[in-house]
Write a protein that binds this ligand. Structure first.
Ligand code: F6P
Length: 544
């Protein structure tokens, strides 16, 4: 099976359509085809995806579908789901789909079925969740836990934090815990929590790190441990404190044990789960704590529904695959190099950050699977914020800047479900105002507006996607995340790159380790002249 469609005849056909449409304004495309809204939309259960504001016509869409077929995009999903080592530079599978598989059909990694191990860890997770919900998990002095702090970064933080915030209204009635997320290594978040808001006797720390070597997370974990021990002041045995106040989640059990996590409080996942794809594993522990295991399973089931869709729907009907084709169209054929993610739903405020990692760590590559230079663009810059806030911040650039940006609007028809009766009318008004803004912006960006005054002119022609869910639930959130995961994979297969490694983050980590040594010993000087000058400046100021 060939990987990558760059430069193939089907790619050239798409290029010819881009040439044909380059000077055609979206306004024109919309006026020429009154059926656009019906033609360029797809549905999947409670999701409507409208892509009628993309700069395509039917012939261009057909050419993109033909490109997807020629690239055998659907066939590429089989090795992903079957556990083949699709992560070629690390010679590993990327089996996040097995974590949310709804039945027990075997999935083999090096001849071993991984499903029984997944079920074992899920059962262990359920048991820990149940103990915490029942108030049976006691701290060193015998009190039940009141606070749980997830210490993790990147994939070990962004997914759980985003999901807990998005699904706030689905808190399990037995979950009386406050959840906190700490990622930043500068200590600010953690020290502020430790100083005022946490009681050492009733705080449980969850050290979440696939590798269990990430200095950010281990430094925060060490700070938390010191804080606990200081408060206990020798009254209790250190091993007992660690057992009662720390859970570890990792693919590296030896490192968890080495740090002091009791084996019975270790939750495991595996090398074949990518960090940014790990929400579905034990890394989702905080989500399971918040929603309960049934709610967490609903999240998994939503993702599994998309897994089923992506494997079986024809290219022309396949949402993630079409999303990938359209992004490659915008990026490589129309020259739009950035995509703004704009949720019109405050519950999804952290989704842009989550997607920044998922998409840019996955697609930020410049060589093909076999190490050759990639001759085209890989992934665009992805960033965003909640739409209504961003309207008052960076939308000016979206409307009138010289850099055209792809815009992705995400909204729900219904707002929160837990609004008290007396506030329902106001809540509905807020929700309609929110939707009115969402619909207005996508229309304005597409059509633009003329004016005699050049300062008041809107060029328009900015392509937009709208993902409109009936409601935000654990199930639809699972769908949304899986849609993006599979979009990224389809994009990578189209371009012939590896979406599962991230070698680009290693160099900076190595230099930082060396520089920490330099900063901590006055006689060491960095090799780089500019860094040396900056270190000198820092030393002088520290001494002042
Ligand atoms: O540095 C990047 C990265 O490796 C991400 O891919 C990962 O999600 C994050 O760091 C955290 O890694 P870990 O879960 O191993 O601590």
């Amino acid at each position: 099976m060939n990987v990558g469609a760059v430069g193939t005849p089907a790619w050239q056909v798409v290029a010819a359509h881009a040439e044909r449409l380059r000077a055609v304004h979206l306004r024109q495309l919309l006026a020429d085809d009154p059926q656009r809204a019906q033609r360029f939309r797809r549905t999947l259960g409670p999701l409507l995806w409208d892509f009628s504001r993309q700069r395509i016509d039917q012939a261009a869409l057909d050419a993109l579908v033909a490109l997807g077929e020629a690239a055998q995009l659907l066939h590429h999903f089989a090795p992903l789901f079957c556990g083949e080592p699709v992560n070629v530079s690390e010679n590993r599978p990327a089996l996040h789909t097995a974590l949310r598989q709804q039945d027990d059909a075997p999935v083999y990694v090096e001849g071993e079925d991984v499903i029984p191990a997944i079920r074992r860890e899920q059962a262990k997770m359920a048991e820990l969740v149940a103990r915490l919900h029942a108030g049976q998990w006691r701290g060193y002095s015998g009190f039940p836990m009141t606070d749980v702090v997830n210490l993790g970064v990147g994939g070990s933080d962004l997914g759980p934090q985003m999901a807990v915030q998005a699904l706030e209204e689905f808190r399990h009635p037995d979950c009386n815990l406050r959840l906190h997320f700490v990622s930043n290594l500068d200590g600010r978040e953690l020290l502020a929590l430790l100083k005022d808001r946490l009681n050492p006797a009733t705080t449980l720390f969850v050290v979440a790190s696939k590798t269990f070597t990430t200095i950010d997370t281990l430094t925060n974990a060490n700070t938390a441990r010191e804080w606990l021990l200081r408060h206990v002041d020798g009254r209790f045995d250190e091993a007992a404190i660690l057992r009662q106040h720390f859970i570890g989640i990792s693919a590296n059990p030896a490192a968890m044990s080495g740090w002091g996590i009791a084996p019975e409080h270790q939750l495991r996942f595996w090398e074949w789960v990518g960090g940014r794809y790990s929400l579905w594993s034990a890394i989702g522990f905080s989500v399971a704590l918040w929603l309960g295991m049934d709610g967490f399973n609903e999240l998994l089931a939503g993702a599994a529904a998309v897994d089923g869709h992506v494997r079986t729907a024809a290219v022309a009907e396949n949402l993630p695959v079409l999303m990938a084709l359209l992004e490659v169209w915008n990026h490589n054929f129309l020259g739009l190099h950035a995509r703004a993610v704009l949720p019109y739903d405050g519950r999804l405020a952290l989704l842009p950050r989550y997607l920044e990692q998922l998409e840019m760590e996955s697609l930020g590559k410049s060589v093909t699977l076999d190490g050759q230079p990639l001759p085209v663009h890989s992934g665009p810059v992805v960033w965003g914020d909640t739409g209504p806030n961003a309207q008052h911040a960076f939308y000016q650039l979206l409307h009138q800047g010289t850099e055209a940006v792809m815009c992705e609007f995400i909204a729900t028809v219904r707002g929160r479900s837990d609004v008290p009766v007396e506030e329902k009318t106001r809540a509905l008004h807020h929700q309609r105002l929110n939707l009115a803004n969402c619909l207005a912006q996508i229309e304005a960006l597409a059509k633009g507006a003329d004016s005699k005054d050049p300062h008041r002119r809107y060029p328009g022609n900015r392509p937009g996607n709208l993902l409109l869910f009936d409601a935000l639930t654990p199930h639809t959130l699972g769908m949304l995340i899986a849609l993006y995961e599979h979009k990224v994979y389809a994009q990578a297969m189209l371009l012939g790159i590896n979406p599962f490694d991230q070698w680009g983050v290693e160099l900076g980590k190595r230099i930082a380790r060396e520089l920490l040594n330099v900063l901590e010993s006055a006689d060491k000087v960095p090799q780089d002249a500019v860094t040396a000058a900056l270190v000198e400046h820092i030393r002088q100021r520290e001494a002042d």
